[in-house]
Design a protein around this ligand. Structure first.
Ligand code: GNR
Ligand code: NI
Length: 175
């Protein structure tokens, strides 16, 4: 178990498309455990492997047992290997999103309100999940990371520019 460094913008790794995993073995489970530690430490509700520098199709998510609120008190870790979104609703939902790779920046993003996702679990067994609410939003945010897409890529060019400008300013202040 270990907390790994989180890759942040403008690292070009974040634009890379992640590769499918060919088998769920102990090495992969070690990485997933480390990703969970890293996510709890941050803290965040989801993490894609690319955010710890590994370009493979693996996600971890933990919303606690209620959407967002009781995280930490009663953990509910979920592991997704080679996830595929097989259905999304017409209905959209908006959520004020943040990303551990885009530190301290938030913006409203519209996404399908519900989705169905097919994936391999921690033991390599095939699973299907019907998600809505924050879980649906979070799965789609994490799936974007697998394609090298960040939540700011869903914003208008002007909003994206403002966030990138703030990041540069914060970076200068910190260095
Ligand atoms: O911790 C996170 N919170 C969050 C809030 C709204 C929508 C998506 C997220 S995911 C984010 C962690 C992260 O960057 N995952 O890639
Ligand atoms: Ni993110």
């Amino acid at each position: 178990m270990a907390v790994l460094p989180i890759v942040t913008i403008p690292d070009p790794l974040l634009k890379q498309v992640s590769k499918p995993v060919d088998k769920v073995d102990d090495t992969l489970r070690d990485l997933m455990d480390d990703m969970l530690d890293t996510m709890y430490d941050a803290p965040g509700i989801g993490l894609a492997a690319i955010q710890v520098g590994k370009p493979i199709r693996v996600l971890v998510i933990d919303l606690g047992d209620k959407d967002g609120d009781t995280r930490g008190e009663s953990p509910n870790p979920r592991f997704f290997v080679n996830p595929e979104i097989v259905w999304t609703s017409e209905e959209l939902a908006e959520y004020n999103e943040g990303c551990l790779s885009v530190p301290e920046q938030y913006a409203i993003v519209d996404r399908p309100a519900q989705c169905h996702v097919k994936y391999l679990d921690y033991d390599g067994n095939e699973q299907m999940l019907e998600a809505d609410g924050l879980l649906a939003t979070c799965i789609q945010h994490e799936m974007d990371h697998l394609e090298g897409i960040l939540f700011i890529d869903h914003l208008s060019p002007l909003k994206r520019k403002m966030i990138l400008k703030k990041l540069k300013k914060n970076h200068k202040l910190a260095s």
